[in-house]
Design a protein around this ligand. Structure first.
Ligand code: PMT
Length: 369
C-alpha cells in the first residue's frame, strides 16, 4: 500500500521555542536591554529596535558548514544613524561582524580607515645626544609618532566622530549580536517582550534577512558531515513566521515595520500586501535587490480601511479575527541613482526614516487617551 503523502514539516512559533535551545548569552542580553530601556524611559525617549544583517543556518552541531543569508547590514546600520539623529534610542541587533552605525563609513572593504591616516616620522636623534655613548642607565622615552588624518578626509571624519561621541555620551545606542537564525529568533522574542512596556513609543524596524529554512537541533549531525559518500541530501524545516506572534502577543502596541526583498520588482506590492494581511502590522517596505539603494516602496493599510480602524481601537486584534485591510497606500521613495559629483551625498535611509518618524508619531497620537 502506498504511504499517504506527508506534510512538509513545519514548526509553529510555540513548538519552535519549546524544542530549540536558547543561546547561552540570552539572559545577559535581556538584562542589558532591560537596563537600557529603564534609562530611556526615564528620559522619555522613543525606542526603536533595528535588526540588521543576515542569519545563518548551521549544518552541524560542531559547526564547520552553514548556509548564509544575503545582507551586508548597510540598510540597518545606516537607518540606525538616522534614528539616533532624530532623538530615538536604538537597540541595534545585528549579525556579528556586519556593518554598524558610524564605523560603517570606514568599512575595511570599501573605505579602509588606514588609507586616511598619515604617519609623520619622529625627528632623528641629534648627534650630540649622550645616549647610547654614555653609561646613563635610563634610555630616553621613545619618541611618539605623530599620526594625522589626510586633509581631504578631515571634515567627513569629524562629522562622523562628533555624532558617534554624542551617542556614546547620551547612552542612546545599545548593541546586540546574533549569528544563527536561532539566536535571532530568541533575541527578537525576548527584546520585543521587554520593549512592550513602552507601548506605542516602541518601533520595530526589521531589516534583517532571516533564513526561511533551518535544521532543528535534533536532526543535526554532531560532527562535521563527511564527504566521499556522493551528493548530500538535507531536509530542512521551515522557520516559523514570527511576525504573527510578535504582532498578536509579544508586543501588541508597537509600531512594526518589516522589509520585503524581491528580485522581481512587480512582486513587491503584492507580496507586501500579503504580509500585511497575514501578520496585521503597520508597514512593509518593499525593496528590489538591484535598486534598493535608491528606490523603495512603503506599503500600509489605508487610514480608514476596516483593518486600520480596528487596529487603532483594539491593538491586540489582527486579521486573525477575520479582519483584513480593505485598502492600501503605497508611497514610493526615490533618490537620484547617479547624482552629479558636486551634489551633497544623499542616502535613501534619510527619507525612509523621515517618513517613518511622522507615521510613528501619528500612531502614538492615535493611541493617546
Ligand atoms: O543589508 P543590506 O545589504 O543593505 O540589504 C538590506 C536588505 C535588502 C537585506 C533589507 O533591506 C531587506 O529587504 N531585508 C528583509 C529581507 C527579506 O525579504 O526578508 P524575509 O522575506 O525573510 O522576511 C520579511 C520580514 O519578516 C523581515 O522584516 C524579517 O525580519 C521578518 N521575518 C522573516 C522571517 C521570520 N521567520 N521571522 C521574521 O521576523
Amino acid at each position: 500500500m502506498d504511504e499517504p503523502p506527508t506534510e512538509p514539516p513545519t514548526f509553529s512559533a510555540e513548538s519552535y521555542f519549546a524544542t530549540q535551545p536558547p543561546p547561552s548569552t540570552l539572559d545577559t542580553d535581556v538584562h542589558g536591554v532591560r537596563e537600557f530601556l529603564a534609562r530611556q524611559r526615564k528620559q522619555g525617549r522613543k525606542v526603536v529596535l533595528v535588526t540588521s544583517g543576515g542569519t545563518t543556518v548551521p549544518l552541524e552541531l560542531n559547526v564547520v558548514r552553514f548556509l548564509d543569508n544575503f545582507s551586508a547590514g548597510t540598510r540597518g546600520a545606516t537607518s540606525a544613524e538616522y534614528f539616533l539623529k532624530a532623538g530615538y534610542a536604538v537597540i541595534f541587533m545585528h549579525r556579528q561582524f556586519s556593518l554598524q552605525p558610524f564605523s560603517r563609513h570606514y568599512s575595511h572593504s570599501t573605505n579602509p580607515f588606514l588609507d586616511f591616516l598619515e604617519i609623520d616620522s619622529p625627528p632623528p636623534p641629534t648627534s650630540d645626544a649622550p645616549y647610547p655613548y654614555t653609561h646613563d642607565p635610563a634610555p630616553p622615552a621613545p619618541l611618539q609618532p605623530q599620526i594625522t588624518v589626510t586633509p581631504t578626509e578631515r571634515i567627513a571624519l569629524a562629522s562622523v566622530l562628533r555624532a558617534y561621541k554624542a551617542v556614546h555620551e547620551h547612552g542612546t545606542l545599545h548593541t546586540l549580536t546574533f549569528v544563527t537564525v536561532n539566536d535571532y529568533l530568541w533575541l527578537l522574542r525576548a527584546v520585543s517582550q521587554e520593549m512592550s512596556v513602552l507601548k506605542r513609543n516602541a518601533m520595530y524596524y526589521l531589516a534583517a534577512a532571516v533564513s526561511d529554512f533551518f535544521l532543528p537541533r535534533q536532526k543535526m549531525s554532531e560532527h562535521k558531515i563527511q564527504s566521499g559518500k556522493g551528493s548530500l541530501h538535507i531536509e530542512m524545516d521551515q522557520v516559523p513566521k514570527v511576525l504573527k506572534p510578535m504582532v498578536a502577543e509579544w508586543t501588541r502596541d508597537g509600531y512594526i515595520v518589516s522589509f520585503k526583498l524581491e528580485t522581481d520588482q512587480t512582486l513587491l506590492i503584492p507580496k507586501a500586501r500579503q504580509a500585511l494581511e497575514r501578520y496585521g502590522h503597520q508597514v512593509v517596505i518593499g525593496n528590489d535587490l538591484h535598486h534598493r539603494k535608491h528606490r523603495v516602496v512603503l506599503v500600509s493599510p489605508a487610514p480608514g480601511s476596516s483593518f486600520a480602524k480596528h487596529r487603532a481601537g483594539k491593538p491586540n486584534n489582527t486579521h486573525a479575527d477575520g479582519i483584513i485591510p480593505t485598502d492600501y497606500i503605497e508611497s514610493w521613495i526615490e533618490i537620484d541613482p547617479s547624482p552629479p559629483p558636486s551634489a551633497p551625498p544623499k542616502e535613501i535611509e534619510e527619507d525612509i526614516i523621515d517618513e517613518l518618524l511622522k507615521r510613528h508619531q501619528a500612531w502614538v497620537d492615535s493611541g493617546a487617551e
